[in-house]
Ligand binder design. Structure first.
Ligand code: ADP
Length: 251
């Protein structure tokens, strides 16, 4: 559903992403893990079409910057950029118009109910607390029901109720066959819900592994993350076995 092929992005002399390739299936949640500066936001912004880069990205078979791909793609940025002079419901109306959504009101009300924004609908963007802004940011990304949804650090600033709702939504969207790519550096926030993880550091992919492959390997996601990013020996010291095939594949 989403194909990233040999993508390199440089900001001047800084290589933020170096020859990245991966593929995401429909009906899956992939977590993109990595320390600060790993290149997570850069690959997300490249996929969504905000940046120029070398390489190729397709969504549902369409090049990512085409109108066909844009119809399939959604993005929830890390920093909500709300309009101070639009109300909560006017923000949703703005997105509905941009995506030419008919009959969006039922879905809007459902999202407001789930994220506890129903009584905040008439508040202006600059009257909302940080947490409320992030909830609205999430509702705006979910309103068009994208087939492929990218979420950059979505849990930051959310209260426990909103985190629970978002996790439920991930499960529902997976069942509906949607593809989600969730970037985070907080492993606990995604530990229960991922199908695949891609671990990045310094612009490269260090591991690209499905949950069942990691379960067979016997490591937790956190152990894998620290083994990959803190330079531990990648061979198994007790058995002397070579690195697993998915680690090799990611190199
Ligand atoms: P992450 O999201 O994993 O924290 P980023 O993609 O934001 O990482 O950053 C990757 C690298 O690119 C870092 O070294 C960062 O300093 C650099 N970088 C990101 N955005 C810019 C920019 N607009 N201009 C210059 N360098 C940037």
């Amino acid at each position: 559903m989403l194909n990233v092929s040999h993508v390199t992005k440089k900001y001047g002399k800084v290589t933020a992403c170096s020859d990245l390739s991966f593929h995401l299936d429909p009906g899956s949640v992939t977590v993109l893990l990595g320390p600060n500066g790993a290149g997570k936001s850069t690959i997300m912004k490249s996929i969504i079409g905000f940046l120029r880069y070398d390489g190729e990205i397709t969504v549902g078979g369409y090049p990512n910057k085409t109108a066909d791909a844009r119809r399939l793609l959604g993005y929830i940025p890390e920093m909500p950029s709300l309009y101070p002079n639009l109300t909560v419901s006017e923000h949703m109306e703005f997105i509905a118009r941009a995506y030419r959504l008919n009959d969006y009101k039922v879905r809007m009300e459902e999202l407001f109910r789930r994220f506890e924004l129903t009584d905040k609908q008439k508040k202006f963007g600059d009257e909302l607390s940080k947490g409320m802004q992030q909830k609205l940011n999430i509702c705006l990304g979910l309103l068009p029901e994208p087939k492929v949804l990218l979420l950059d650090e979505p849990m930051i600033g959310l209260d426990p109720h909103a985190i629970k709702e978002l996790k439920l939504l991930f499960e529902e969207m997976r069942t509906e066959g949607r593809t989600m790519l969730v970037s985070t550096h907080i492993i606990d926030s995604v530990d229960m819900l991922w199908d695949r993880t891609i671990i990045m550091d310094r612009g490269s992919i260090l591991a690209n592994v499905a949950r069942d492959e990691l379960d067979k390997d016997g490591r937790t996601l956190e152990q894998l993350f620290f083994d990959m990013t803190e330079g531990a020996d990648r061979t198994d010291e007790t058995s002397g076995e070579e690195s697993t095939s998915w680690e090799e594949q990611a190199k």
